[in-house]
Ligand binder design. Structure first.
Ligand SMILES: C[S@@+](CC[C@H](N)C(=O)[O-])C[C@H]1O[C@@H](n2cnc3c(N)ncnc32)[C@H](O)[C@@H]1O
Length: 404
């Protein structure tokens, strides 16, 4: 691979914004890619993938390069030189990376790889938490899996098409995809591609959605004609799936505390041809009270640490803080207490997170069942999905039933 100066410089600029200005990696990369219209898809992939890689391996590379934050431009180039050296890419004779100590980099890599927190490039507190929550062996495997680049998975929108037809439509645009066993609507791309530019996407034939996440709507056992409340709907990834499973029949009420996310949900619903979704912003407690005792099904896709989706969101390693996890756990308990009241007797509710921590998952459910608010519920089943077992995101989902 030959390194191009303007692409490497764009990568360094992106890293500076992410590391030194605390901006989100996806937003920064989006902005950088708009800079030069002449960049082709390979150039764009180079910038996006190299930036994500260096974000993912920040701690390991910084230890190897012996640099500390905040990173000067010179130090960012040193991180980049570590990245290139470990990939066996020949370094050009640019002054920013002259005198890169190739052999020393490889030696330090071998030595640091013996220690998990460096090898997997994670903060001390996260490594300690992972061991407390999952035990040494499982955590070692899981954090390794969460550092792998996530595959691109799409969910066929059965309101518009079927999986075989979608596969053919993507093929027409030179995107090869194959079905994923046990995930009824999923297609996995053979190679990464910007699927948002395809006609199939514009026609609402699919959404990009990880395979694990595609299990959640099925877990809720919805049927056409039901009244379903999706309490933490966000931009509607799972709401749209629910609408498809309900064949557009019945009613879905999608709630969130952020109105802008619900606006995006509306736009996506239009593209997907989902007509049975009403959105409501939770701006007062009245919104929930009005819905008490009214739904056949309730989905709580709870806000969480997001530790199960580190592979697609590596900068969360550096943005997450233990205090945030403690706070979000209180929110989860509160949401379970309040939103469970939306269910009718005999109705079913799913509590789900994209976390792998038992304290956000099965322990939240157990605690709820032991509280006054949960005393009339029973656990029907739950599923703990580890990325190290499936190769997809880490997830948790529990199906609860309210007694008649
Ligand atoms: C895991 S995300 C939801 C993802 C979404 N269901 C999807 O499939 O695309 C959690 C959502 O909960 C929302 N949220 C946070 N606190 C909330 C609360 N107290 N009540 C309702 N929603 C909340 C967040 O804004 C966020 O959109």
């Amino acid at each position: 691979m030959r390194l191009h100066r303007n692409l490497v410089f764009a990568t360094i600029d992106s890293l500076s914004e992410i590391f030194n200005e605390g901006k989100y990696a996806d937003k920064v990369i989006q902005g950088t890619l708009k800079r030069d219209k002449r960049w082709g898809s390979r150039d764009r992939s180079f910038i996006a993938e190299t930036t994500y890689d260096i974000v993912r391996w920040k701690r390991l590379y910084a230890e190897i390069a012996e640099v500390k934050e905040p990173f000067s431009r010179e130090n960012l180039f040193r991180l980049f030189a570590v990245w290139a050296t470990l990939r066996g890419i020949e370094l050009p004779d640019w002054k920013q990376i002259e005198d890169t100590p190739t052999r020393r980099i490889k030696g330090r890599f071998d030595a640091l790889s013996k220690i998990r927190k460096f090898r997997e490039s994670i903060p001390d507190w996260l490594d300690e938490l992972g061991v407390v929550e999952l035990g040494e062996d499982t955590w070692t495997k899981e954090i390794h899996a969460l550092n792998n680049l996530a595959p691109v998975i799409v969910r066929t929108n059965t309101l518009r098409t079927n999986k075989e037809n979608l596969k053919q439509e993507l093929l027409k645009e030179e995107i090869e995809a194959f079905p994923v066993k046990n995930y009824p609507e999923a297609l996995e791309l053979k190679e990464r591609a910007n699927v948002f530019r395809t006609k199939a996407f514009k026609d609402g034939f699919f959404e990009v959605q990880d395979a694990s996440s595609q299990l959640v709507a099925h877990f809720l056992e919805v049927e056409p004609g039901m009244r379903v409340v999706d309490t933490c709907a966000g931009a509607g990834g799972k709401t749209l799936h629910l609408a498809a499973l309900m064949e557009n029949k019945g009613q879905i009420i999608a709630l969130d505390i952020f109105g802008n996310k619900l606006k995006e949900l509306k736009r996506r619903a239009k593209r997907a041809g989902a007509h049975n979704i009403e959105t409501r912003e939770i701006d007062t407690t009245k919104v929930i009270k009005k819905l008490h005792n009214s739904a056949d099904r309730v989905l709580i896709d709870a806000p969480c640490s997001g530790l199960g989706v580190l592979s697609r969101n590596p900068d969360a390693k550096w943005k997450l803080e233990p205090e945030f996890i403690a706070k979000i756990k209180n929110t989860q308990a509160d949401i379970l207490n309040q939103y469970s009241k939306i269910l009718k007797p005999g109705g079913k509710m799913v509590y789900a997170t994209c976390s792998v921590l038992p304290s956000e998952n099965q322990e939240q459910v157990e605690n709820f069942l032991n509280r006054e608010e949960g005393k009339d519920f029973k656990l029907v089943k739950d599923q703990k999905i580890l990325s190290s077992d499936t190769g997809y995101d880490g997830f948790y989902m529990a199906l609860l039933e309210l007694k008649k």
